[in-house]
Design a protein around this ligand. Structure first.
Ligand code: IPD
Ligand code: CA
Length: 261
């Protein structure tokens, strides 16, 4: 795929942050055995990754706005464009030495995500998409799955933790969905869940109570791979809704009907 200058900048930033994170991830594996655990170390790794990405992106496009998980929102001189960044999605996995986490970078233009990059450095999988250009994984075109029967389909989700208020609704989702599908996976990275829908590895994904940076890049991956990605409430914009539902074209409707109740 011949990406735009913006996409290439995003890829460069993701790779650079990932190099720093991979180094830290090796250290985290050693820290598991220490009494204090790797908590503070991981927070620093996360912040450092965001610093690297911000330096690259704002260096290349000084007028764009910014929304990052660690540093929050900053208006840019150009009010129509902003970067939406999760430097480390799957922090709990990272903290526990589980090799499933990613860097996620999106570019929004006039309220719409127009480019997305999700990079999983442990598996060296680079998922990218640009509006109208399709979705790609390591230079291979991605397509959502063609599965059309709920009972054969698998779905990813995030189950709320640490007393989050969305737990009862998610448990109800699971009670309705699990009897009619082939399984539900909880991988621990919303960005990779969406990338996997785009890659046809899972047939759908939903999650309640997530943030714009968790999903922004994944939304365009799914859409450019031929799937649907919407806010959890029908008609709501996912970035504003705080909930997302995504799926292949054949199953999106029955799946969404179950989740929306
Ligand atoms: C989390 C992960 C997780 C999802 C949570 C997110 P973080 O992001 O994407 O899979 O279930 O809702 O907050 O904290 O690892 O960046
Ligand atoms: Ca996240």
């Amino acid at each position: 795929m011949q990406g735009s200058a913006n996409l290439n900048l995003m890829i460069k930033a993701a790779r650079k942050a990932a190099r720093s994170l991979v180094k830290d991830f090796r250290e985290v594996e050693n820290l598991q055995v220490s009494a204090k655990g790797p908590g503070d170390f991981v927070s620093r790794a996360d912040r450092e990754a965001e610093r690297i990405i911000k330096e690259e992106l704002r260096g290349g496009r000084p007028t764009y706005g910014w929304l990052g998980e660690e540093t929050g929102a900053e208006a840019g001189e150009d009010p129509t464009r902003r970067w939406i960044v999760d430097p480390l999605d799957g922090t709990t996995n990272f903290l526990h030495g589980l090799p499933h986490w990613a860097v996620s970078i999106a570019l929004e233009h006039r309220g719409e995500v127009v480019a997305g990059v999700i990079y999983d450095p442990v598996k060296d999988e680079m998922f990218v998409a640009e509006k109208g250009q399709g979705a790609w994984m390591n230079d291979r075109r991605m397509r959502v799955s063609g599965r059309g029967a709920m009972i054969e389909a698998i779905f990813a989700t995030g189950v709320p933790f640490g007393g989050r208020g969305t737990l009862p609704a998610t448990l109800q989702d699971l009670a309705r969905l699990m009897p009619v599908c082939a399984g539900v996976r909880r991988w621990g990275s919303a960005a990779l869940d969406l990338a996997y829908v785009a890659a046809g590895r899972v047939d759908g994904y939903w999650e309640r109570g997530i943030s714009a940076w968790d999903m922004a890049a994944g939304l365009i991956l799914v859409r450019e791979a031929g799937g649907f990605a919407q806010g959890l409430r029908a008609g709501a914009k996912p970035l504003e809704d705080g909930g997302v539902i995504a799926g292949n074209a054949a199953l999106f409707e029955p799946f969404a009907a179950i989740i929306r109740g």
